[in-house]
Design a protein around this ligand. Structure first.
Ligand code: SIN
Ligand code: CO
Length: 388
């Protein structure tokens, strides 16, 4: 279990003063840090077809990039390269626990755990990211510089797939040691150059862009065959200029679009489905044959525990109640929606709030046939599995 040491800060103060605002260095944010995986294990993951990885080389100012699967690391030599592996939390359960200390931010904002191994001189060059990130230093030392957002910085490509930024002034300039943590808000230029063989863990966040939201909404409307309202103009005056696209008409188009997204009943449904869809391949092990409800009930009664598949996105929404009864709960798991009665909040929290269910929490699913039915369904999809 990794415990975050915020020193003089608290999660509340961090969110108020730094989150999305300014970079922060947490020296020894993880005390006595031990790496959850080794460089060899990371190289093993990079061999896999389903795992997204890339190697960046930067000898003599000449930038090269190769995408995975990657084998034969000897050809890259002893220095000036780094390998970056995306969504390691999907494939390595120990590494996935590194996300847990950052869960004072809700699930849906967390993207994935990216892990990099760098040789001396290795790095991806100075650049900006669109997302917040915490970078944890694992084994080895790496020199990190971070600056504040600066509109005068120019972005350019030394290599078609490596967007970099011109030299920047650093507000943090540090040699990171195992257990040190950097928080970097979106748009802050940063660069890490390894001093020795070193591992870095990036806890990345996601923030959908308007374009992605609209595309997601459009997909939802198409998939659910929702046409919505049509443009109407019962109060149309005579037009003096038939070529004109009038402001009043445009205002009505705007209203029609706004109305589509301001429907409080459907907004959570499409957004929940959209945001809970996995971005990277999941390591789903669907049981074959599927379990029967009686078998699962027996295992849970006997004291089995359950584990959530790494990287599975889960969240729920419950609208504030208008009557005496609590509103139904929309549960979202991997892009699917499940509707639960309003008094099933504990169930929703158990299914979205942790990666392990202990014996007692598992027994909660035995109390109602519908609850057990839901858990059987989730186990048969490979979303939850019996802890080994
Ligand atoms: C890394 O090289 O580990 C992190 C890359 C980045 O700055 O995004
Ligand atoms: Co970055």
């Amino acid at each position: 279990m990794y415990a975050l040491d915020f020193a003089d800060l608290t999660p509340e103060l961090f969110l108020a003063e730094f989150w999305q605002k300014k970079p922060l260095l947490l020296k020894q944010g993880f005390k006595h840090f031990t790496d959850p995986l080794s460089a060899d294990e990371l190289a093993g993951l990079a061999l896999e077809e389903e795992v997204e990885s890339r190697v960046v080389q930067c000898g003599n100012g000449d930038w090269q990039m190769e995408t995975g699967p990657i084998s034969d690391f000897a050809r890259f030599g002893e220095r000036d390269w780094t390998i970056l592996v995306q969504a390691v939390d999907h494939w390595h359960s120990e590494a996935a626990t590194l996300l847990d200390p950052f869960r004072f931010i809700p699930n849906w904002r967390i993207d994935d755990l990216m892990v990099s191994f760098s040789t001396p001189g290795g790095g991806v060059g100075p650049h900006l990211d669109q997302y917040d990130v915490f970078i944890v230093q694992g084994e080895g030392k790496r020199h990190w510089r971070v600056g504040m957002p600066d509109n005068s910085l120019k972005q350019f490509c030394h290599h078609p797939r490596l967007l970099q930024v011109s030299p920047f002034n650093a507000c943090i300039d540090v040699v990171m040691e195992p257990g040190d943590i950097l928080y970097i808000p979106p748009g802050c230029p940063h660069e890490g150059i390894s001093l020795e063989n070193s591992l870095n863990y990036s806890i990345g966040f996601r923030a959908p862009a308007q374009k992605d939201l609209l595309t997601g909404l459009a997909d939802y409307l198409i998939d659910n065959d929702i046409s919505g309202r049509r443009f109407t103009d019962p109060a149309r005056p005579v037009s003096n200029n038939i070529g004109e696209l009038g402001s009043a008409d445009l205002a009505q188009v705007k209203q029609l679009l706004q109305q589509l997204v301001s429907d409080d009943a459907s907004l959570p449904l499409w957004f929940g489905q959209y945001i809970s869809r996995a971005k990277h391949e999941l390591d789903l092990q669907e049981p074959d044959p599927h379990y029967q409800a009686e078998e699962i009930a027996e295992y849970l009664e006997e004291g089995s525990e359950l584990t959530l598949t790494g990287g599975l996105r889960c969240c729920y929404h419950q609208a504030s109640s208008e009557g005496s009864e609590p509103a139904d709960i929309a549960l979202f798991i991997n892009g699917e929606q499940y509707l639960l009665p309003g008094d099933e909040l504990t169930t929703a929290k158990l299914l979205t709030g942790q990666r392990q269910l202990d014996e007692q929490q598992c027994r909660h699913f035995l109390e109602l046939p519908e609850r057990l039915g839901l858990m059987v369904h989730l186990i048969n999809l490979g979303y939850w599995h019996f802890t080994e």
